[in-house]
Ligand binder design. Structure first.
Ligand code: FE2
Length: 289
């Protein structure tokens, strides 16, 4: 039972562990923090990776991500600041800028480039990798650009909620997926504000704080730059987040696990090593895209 006044929840999830991520560089030398790393793929199934890029130094991002392949999953790029041009082998082209989202389903194969369209100022955002079920890994590629103004948004008790995927408090997000039921929220909380979200206990979930700090009833504090993996407590029905003493921004991401084997080789994520070798052969032979 909840002891919190006006709570939607009977039992809130707590933090299982905090993760700092790994500073790394990818593409042609873009500096970023890999928050969700390969060793967490099983624990956070269906999510495979989360990168956070954020810098005022153009040298950290200017080279971008030249042509590279993907097969077997989806990439979701969310730009907070700056502009990124996307071009792919399926003929899609788009520009994502402040608050916009690009959702790309690689399926059987896409070769694409992601290029900053600015040479000064701040570039910040996230790229999340969402797995596809085995039956969809070789489907046709799919792509959608969602402009910042088109991302569904609402305010509740002072908290601004942007719903990139799934649904929150009756507001349906920009993208839905049947197999993995992803929930992807960007939250802006004033100091001390509280936000609650219903979540099925079996869905894997995490929170990534990128400004300010969050606290949980257990006393656990989640500072900026940390991911909190949320426990799948049996009988729990959601999560309750409370901002610390400063305005706070965080991503809340959850999904239904696929419970299928995960085999990754760089930009290919399949179910078996044989399928990975096939992906490499197809790419080398020009058959991937
Ligand atoms: Fe990519």
């Amino acid at each position: 039972m909840s002891t919190v006044a006006n709570s939607l929840l009977n039992q809130a999830r707590e933090v299982e562990r905090l993760v700092a991520g790994q500073p790394t560089s990818d593409g042609a030398g873009v500096k970023l923090n890999r928050v969700l790393t390969q060793n967490l793929q099983r624990r956070l199934d269906p999510f495979l990776m989360l990168d956070h890029f954020g810098t005022d130094n153009p040298d950290d991002y200017i080279a971008g991500f030249p042509d590279h392949p993907h097969r077997g999953f989806e990439t979701i790029t969310y730009m907070l600041n700056g502009r990124m041009r996307h071009r792919d082998s399926a003929g899609h082209e788009g520009l994502i800028s402040d608050g916009g989202v690009q959702w790309m389903t690689a399926g059987r194969g896409v070769i694409h480039s992601e290029t900053p369209e600015q040479n000064a100022g701040r570039m910040a955002g996230f790229q999340l990798w969402l797995n596809l079920p085995a039956r969809d890994k070789m489907r046709e590629p799919w792509y959608r650009d969602i402009a910042g103004a088109e991302v569904p948004e609402f305010e509740r008790d002072g908290v601004t909620v942007r719903v990139i995927a799934g649904a929150s408090h009756g507001v349906t997000g920009a993208v839905q997926r049947d197999a993995t039921e992803p929930l992807y929220l960007d939250l802006q909380l004033p100091a001390g504000a509280r936000f609650e979200q219903l979540l099925p206990a079996e869905h894997n979930a995490f929170v990534y704080v990128y400004e300010g700090a969050l606290r949980f009833e257990s006393g656990c504090q989640v500072p900026s730059g940390r991911m909190a993996v949320l426990a799948n407590t049996p009988g729990s029905d959601g999560v309750r987040l409370t901002a610390g003493d400063a305005p706070t921004r965080a991503l809340l991401i959850a999904g239904k696990p696929l419970n299928e084997p995960i085999a990754q080789y760089g930009p290919f994520v399949m179910n078996t090593d044989a399928e990975l070798m096939q992906a490499v052969r197809d790419f080398q032979a020009g058959r991937l895209a």
